[in-house]
Design a protein around this ligand. Structure first.
Ligand SMILES: *Cc1c(COP(=O)(O)O)cnc(C)c1O
Length: 409
């Protein structure tokens, strides 16, 4: 038995079966590379679903994490801390929003945004208590809690987990007319991802974010953007909405961050909004024992510093363009489409290719780690620190994967 097969067998025996991992057992990481227990090296092109934007074990983030661990880690928000004060100021400046509410996981931050939207609706917009409605998009992914799966359109996310929470209405993603038609007097918010990540790297039509921004403003509806996956430089901008904001008017009322905000080290998430919205919360309305802990704050501050000082959003833009162009040149009859923004890239296969899972298994054998999203879309989302020669290295291997799959075909 290899070390790998022992670890896989123990995982299957002692853990819930809610994931279907690729057959590799990782034990070390550095930058864009990870190593398995049998000492093979792989290029990580998943980055923990965009949590590892800075590369594995970034030395600056490791240093801050360990130093803060020795100093003061968790206090709860029953007391003020120096690190929470600093984090609030840094992330407010970084996001251009007045105020932050810290949490841990992404789904928890989405839940927080839902609560704030509803309270804002009742207290500020004057919606009748208990009847607030939030509009969401078909194909969305916002997390796994019972409320959030209530507006999922993915069958497996919901199957067997009802009854579902009321107060949500789905419309097609990318169709601003549908938003305009769906708003009622009870609508408090429109919640969307600027690019749907889990939905298959779905990019809305150009101008969509500006249109929904203006429709929401006209109707006194909050525009809430879930940038848990697209934020922190991933799409070539600090936040994906900025691609359209350059021309003015795509800034959301509420911004949700997570994943890479934790520096690839800890679960750190945040909801950001201006005073007029965040101001509806009173002490006791909402909270989280670990949210805003000094250690989480220290790591998030350093993540933001590294993002800025290493100019990772720009690198994501340049490397993304380079990589997408080269993926598009792979002459395989199995490729339906290559699309993406920055280093959030989807390669869609024709169904005849044998499925995304098969692609990822062959990629693994060729030391490339990636994961399908939806049945036939491969997501390539390497750390934003990746360079051209590492991408070239991966392209040779990806071409080989296609040669193998074409033979199987
Ligand atoms: C990953 C993700 C979430 C959920 O985050 P968790 O930390 O897994 O709860 C929510 N929204 C989007 C867009 C995501 O990509």
């Amino acid at each position: 038995m290899t070390k790998s097969s022992i670890a896989m067998a123990e995982t299957e025996k002692f853990s819930a079966n809610n994931y279907h991992p690729l057959p590799v057992v990782l034990t070390e990481g550095k930058g864009v590379w990870v190593r398995d227990v049998d000492n093979h090296r792989y290029l990580d092109m998943l980055s923990a679903y965009s949590s590892q934007n800075f590369g594995h074990c970034h030395p600056r983030i490791v240093r801050v994490l360990t130093e803060q661990a020795k100093r003061l880690a968790v206090t709860s928000r029953a007391f003020y801390t120096d690190k929470f004060a600093e984090f609030s100021k840094v992330i407010s400046n970084f996001s251009g929003m007045d105020k932050v509410l810290p949490a841990n996981g992404g789904a928890e931050a989405v839940e927080t945004a839902i609560k704030i939207s509803r309270k804002w609706g009742y207290e500020s917009k004057g919606v009748e208590k208990g009847s607030a409605e939030i509009i969401t998009c078909e194909g969305n992914f916002h997390g796994r809690t019972t409320t959030i799966i209530s507006f999922s359109t993915e069958h497996q996310n919901k199957n067997s987990f009802g009854p579902f929470a009321p107060g949500f209405r789905n419309i097609p993603f990318g169709d601003s007319g549908a938003l305009d038609r769906s708003i009622t007097k009870n609508t408090v918010a429109f919640l969307l991802e600027p690019i749907q990540g889990e939905g298959g790297i779905v990019i809305p039509p150009c101008g969509y974010l500006r249109e929904v921004r203006s429709i929401c403003r006209k109707n006194n509806v909050l525009l809430v953007m879930d940038e848990i996956q697209t934020g922190m430089g991933r799409t070539g901008f600090d936040f994906a909405y900025q691609e359209e904001d350059r021309f003015g008017g795509a800034k959301p009322d509420m911004l949700i961050l997570g994943k890479a905000l934790g520096g690839g080290m800890l679960p750190v998430s945040a909801v950001l909004a201006d005073d007029k919205i965040m101001g509806v919360l009173r002490p006791g309305d909402h909270g989280s024992t670990f949210g805003g802990s000094p250690i989480a704050c220290a790591v998030a501050i350093e993540a933001i510093n590294v993002l800025r000082e290493e100019k990772l959003s720009n690198n994501a833009k340049d490397m993304g363009r380079y990589f997408i162009n080269r993926l598009k040149k792979i002459p395989s009859p199995l490729i339906k489409e290559v699309r993406g923004r920055g280093l959030l890239i989807g390669l869609e296969l024709y169904p005849k290719a044998g499925g995304g899972r098969r692609f990822c298994e062959v990629a693994l054998e060729n030391v490339i780690l990636c994961k399908e999203t939806k049945e036939n879309v491969i997501r390539f989302a390497p750390p934003l620190t990746i360079n051209e020669s590492q991408l070239d290295w991966s392209l040779e291997r990806i071409k080989k994967v296609f040669r193998i799959l074409e033979k199987e075909n």
